[in-house]
Write a protein that binds this ligand. Structure first.
Ligand code: HPA
Length: 275
């Protein structure tokens, strides 16, 4: 069993010293979506490199900052940048942001990410609300962190994504007149993008989008008693859906193109959230 409480006790002590409040909503910003932070009045910010034992974010577009923000009367913790398994970290290290939110007593978390579109009705630039996800290939690693005999953790998947948060996100999109797709997300370990035949397999299994994050964070968050939701920015057609070559550059360019809608959706979600 891997005990995050003891491994990251110094990290959480350091963050608790800086935190100006107990956050009510946590948001993890995915690839290319980090600019959202600059649209808000930041109360307190810390570089993750200044926190003991915090893994370094190596991916372009992931700044490695944690911000405390007040918006629409809500207390928010914002992670600008996340830790990916494909960067060479162990899965438990990738759970640190969520672990810190739980340590600070945060009860709601919104996970955002960039993803490849598999559903042929999706185009780059679409926003997709996660209605389900595939965690089949993470169960062993997650049980090492959550405890194999932890019954609540075994069922952590059941109300995830949270119906309540998803309803709020859907209503926010309607109010803001932002088209919002819905679908299921497949976790791919990376670091390489998928092959066309892998994407075709995921498609046959009812998958709408694929990415390299989020699922383990979601399961861990729910096992810690948080309500969790996820939004994907479809940044590219998944491999083989179009003839185009995939690149991280395309991911960040598309995310940048839709950042206006993304920001409005998240802000409305914060406004409408009952915490
Ligand atoms: N595959 C996996 N991860 C991704 C993709 C993709 O096509 N696009 C953005 N993240």
């Amino acid at each position: 069993m891997i005990n995050l409480n003891s491994i990251f006790s110094e990290t959480s002590t350091a963050l608790k010293k800086i935190a100006p409040f107990q956050p009510e909503i946590a948001i993890i910003l995915g690839s290319g979506l980090g600019d959202f932070a600059s649209s808000l009045n930041l109360k307190v910010s810390v570089a993750t490199s200044d926190l003991p034992n915090y893994p370094t974010s190596t991916v372009a577009g992931h700044q490695g900052k944690i911000h405390f923000v007040e918006y629409a009367g809500k207390k928010i913790i914002l992670f600008q940048g996340r830790i990916h398994f494909y960067e060479g970290y162990d899965l438990y290290q990738c759970l640190l942001p969520v672990h810190l939110c739980a340590e600070l007593g945060c009860k709601n978390i919104l996970l955002t990410n960039a993803a490849g579109g598999i559903n042929r009705n999706f185009s780059p630039g679409d926003l997709m609300l996660l209605t389900s996800f595939n965690s089949l290939f993470l169960k062993k690693e997650l049980s090492e962190v959550m405890g194999i005999s932890n019954f609540d953790a075994k069922n952590a998947f059941l109300d995830c994504p949270s119906q309540k948060l998803n309803e709020t996100i859907k209503q926010s999109a309607l109010d803001e007149k932002i088209p919002l797709k819905e679908g299921s997300y497949w976790y791919s370990k990376g670091p390489s993008y998928e092959t066309p035949v892998e994407i075709e397999m995921m498609n046959k299994f009812g998958t709408d989008a694929v990415g390299m994050s989020t699922v383990h964070e979601a399961v861990y968050a729910v096992s810690k008693g948080m309500k969790c939701a996820g939004i994907s920015c479809i940044t590219n057609f998944a491999a083989g859906i179009s003839n185009q070559k995939l690149s991280h550059e395309e991911v960040t360019i598309t995310a940048n193109r839709v950042k206006g809608n993304f920001e409005r959706l998240i802000k409305k979600f914060i406004e409408m959230s009952v915490v």
